[in-house]
Ligand binder design. Structure first.
Ligand code: FAD
Length: 279
């Protein structure tokens, strides 16, 4: 649970922008707002970003003092999106967030497309869990999950093993990923098909040989809704993973804004799995 200071929303300012691959834009935020955000280390890996209304106004929630955000006006929630803090450096007061460039139809994607140094947005909430210590990991995600996967790999325990299956548009979207653990990276390409319309990630993930017997294993899955639902069924089948050893969260839903997806199915979360805190 975040503490009172940690729940204070803050305004963060764009310092640098770089396209790390053709479809992935890294925006570095810096300055006092990042310092405030970083003052509560429990606020990573997820972050709630609040974008300005079309008229340029930025409405931030406040802290109701009980561990939840209070929204001054419920319509503000439609300007909030969940992202991953790819890198947070409290000393330099810098924070990197990687945005998939999926076009102007998305509020966040469109904002990132046109962002300039000096632009400001809100940062609130945050939280989420890190993968628990295990012997073997199955990590599955599309490019929206790539920042979380990159971050997670860097923090896995030395000596652990596993496989990460990652879907991207094509080979130009590969990123250099490092880990103290021994994780085999398998890239899956859509080769021209739109995101969220193919089964390549699911097929490649289901082809992974999961170790049997007395091996402490953990499965982490985040992608478009249809894939995560199908993955959950596969993870449960034949006792591959017990529920508490999985974290399965839909990161987006084709044809829905994040606001609509959260409202309709709470990101496809189910009870009694290892839980991620999204709100
Ligand atoms: C815990 C968590 C962490 C996340 N971390 C990241 C992250 O670090 N980087 C990142 O880029 N995303 C991340 N996402 C996913 C991101 O929140 C969604 O993709 C979100 O919908 C993007 O908001 P938007 O305003 O751009 O689009 P929205 O306004 O939400 O949606 C508009 C339209 O765009 C479509 N759409 C949304 N995302 C995509 C996509 N990736 N490709 C194609 N079409 C899409 C929707 O289906 C909808 O039709 C994360 C999600 C969660 C739950």
């Amino acid at each position: 649970m975040s503490n009172e200071i940690g729940l204070l929303p803050t305004v963060i300012e764009v310092a640098r922008i770089v396209d790390i691959t053709p479809r992935m834009r890294r925006i570095t935020f810096a300055g006092h707002g990042v310092e405030v955000y970083a003052s509560d280390p429990t606020r990573v890996p997820n972050i709630k970003l609040v974008f300005p209304r079309p008229n340029g106004e930025l409405d931030l929630p406040d802290n109701d003092g009980t561990g939840r955000l209070r929204w001054p006006d419920p319509t503000v929630k439609q300007f909030v999106r969940t992202y991953t803090v790819r890198r947070l450096d409290p000393v330099a007061a810098e924070m990197d967030i990687d945005f998939v460039k999926h076009g102007d139809e998305g509020l966040a994607s469109g904002w990132a497309e046109h962002a300039r140094p000096g632009d400001r947005i809100g940062a609130a909430g945050g939280g989420g869990v890190v993968a628990p210590a295990s012997d073997w990991y199955l990590i599955v995600g599309d490019e929206t999950a790539l920042p979380a996967i990159g971050r997670m790999l860097e923090r896995l325990p030395e000596g652990a093993r596993g496989v990460a299956v990652i879907e991207v548009a094509d080979e130009h979207e590969h990123q250099e990923l490092t880990s103290p653990a021994d994780i085999e990276i398998r890239w899956v390409h859509r080769d021209g098909a739109p995101a969220g319309t193919t089964d390549g990630l699911l097929d490649a993930a289901c082809a992974v040989a999961v170790p049997e017997g007395d091996v402490k294993r953990f499965a982490w899955v985040s992608a478009e809704s249809r894939t995560v639902r199908a993955m959950r069924t596969w993870l449960r089948a034949d006792g591959r993973f017990d529920r508490r050893s999985t974290l399965v969260i839909g990161y987006w839903h084709i044809g829905m804004s994040e606001t609509g997806y959260g409202r309709s199915s709470d990101h496809d979360r189910v009870d009694d799995e290892h839980d991620d805190e999204l709100s």
